[in-house]
Design a binder for this molecule. Structure first.
Ligand code: ASP
Length: 339
């Protein structure tokens, strides 16, 4: 009798309730940035703009194809960042900005949201793909962060690709350093000049991804800031500042004026607002960028994704190179804030 009642109830329910899909397609997605700053239409040629958009698309499609085929968010982040590290357009790998000593010092970090494992390298001069070195630190060393010559010796021992420092140099960054050094001599600044000066400094790359298994990952790679001195290290290789991933909340990669991003612990702060206060990724990103970083006087932005595939691309600058592909394959590529 009981069984009959149950059966009747179930039949009734199945008539009334909307039909639920048995196996909804797993969601996944990928978001990238290629740096935030005073990126204005008036300073951009149509050719430059097209080149940026094309490379952003190639990069984001690289990771998307990996995710679509069932690959991990870690692999998607690494391979996507390689595309941007290999492109002279961005301030990471080839085309990185120069230090005051006319050298190149690269920083990168990676975090796996499923395990909370993380790796980072700082101030390296010969590692072709700094993001891969950061992942190697995570996987093949007992440490989280290695720097300078030691990080390079580690990379060599791991069989990672090393290049002569000149590989990273580009005409454009050599000229930027000259301009920044000249400007530094200047004592009075107009607001516009100050914006232009700051514009010389941005261009980090980053990627966050959600794979079909529901795992998040984040990675960031940079040459830091033009004219940096004294082995300065920014937020990009600092877990919690420039990069953070946790399946309990989100994956975040930041770009901007690193000192402010370190002091605001940007990436972890966004994750914490989501985990402890239940904010959405967009709301958490908005609070941290506009109410924390901006109030301190810092500039920059973030990209982020959560486990439902919701994304954030937040900035308080005039622009941020950025792109997104969702699980349905919808592509977004944007440069200016007002797009
Ligand atoms: N955040 C980087 C740094 O301070 C720079 C950037 O994003 O462009 O090293």
């Amino acid at each position: 009798m009981k069984k009959l009642v149950l059966l009747a109830a179930l039949t009734l329910m199945s008539c009334q309730a909307p039909v639920k899909e048995e196996n909804p397609a797993p969601t996944f997605g990928i978001v990238i940035h290629g740096g935030a700053g005073t990126i204005l239409r008036k300073n951009m040629t149509p050719e430059m703009e097209a080149a940026y958009r094309a490379t952003l698309e190639t990069a984001v499609r690289t990771g998307y194809e990996i995710l679509k085929a069932g690959g991990t968010s870690q692999e998607a982040v690494e391979k996507t960042i390689h595309v941007m590290e290999d492109s002279p357009l961005f301030n990471a790998g080839k085309g990185a900005v120069l230090t005051a000593d006319e050298t190149i010092e690269l920083d990168a970090s990676f975090m796996n949201g499923a395990t909370l494992d993380a790796g980072a390298i700082a101030g390296v001069q010969t590692i072709k793909h700094p993001i891969t070195a950061a992942i190697a630190v995570m996987e093949d060393s007992p440490h989280v962060m290695l720097s300078g010559k030691g990080a390079e010796a580690f990379a060599q021992a791991q069989g990672l690709e090393l290049v002569a420092p000149k590989y990273f140099f580009t005409e454009r960054r050599i000229n930027s350093l000259k301009r920044v050094k000249e400007k530094e001599q200047q004592t009075a600044w107009s607001a516009e000049e100050w914006q232009d000066f700051k514009n010389q400094k941005f261009g980090t790359v980053g990627c966050v991804a959600l794979d079909q298994a529901g795992n998040l990952a984040a990675g960031t790679s940079t040459g830091g800031m033009t004219n940096k001195k004294w082995n300065r290290i920014g937020d990009a290789p600092i877990i919690g500042a420039g990069t953070y991933a946790n399946n309990a909340s989100c994956a975040i990669s930041a770009t901007g004026w690193g000192e402010y991003f370190i002091r605001s612990v940007v990436a972890h702060d966004i994750a914490a607002l989501m985990e402890y206060k239940g904010l959405s990724i967009q709301e958490a990103a908005r609070v941290v960028i506009h109410e924390k970083v901006a109030k301190l006087g810092g500039d920059g932005g973030i990209v982020g994704i959560d486990r439902q595939g919701n994304i954030a691309m937040e900035m308080n600058t005039a622009g941020m190179y950025r792109a997104h592909i969702d699980a349905e394959g919808n592509l977004t590529v944007k440069i200016y804030k007002d797009e």
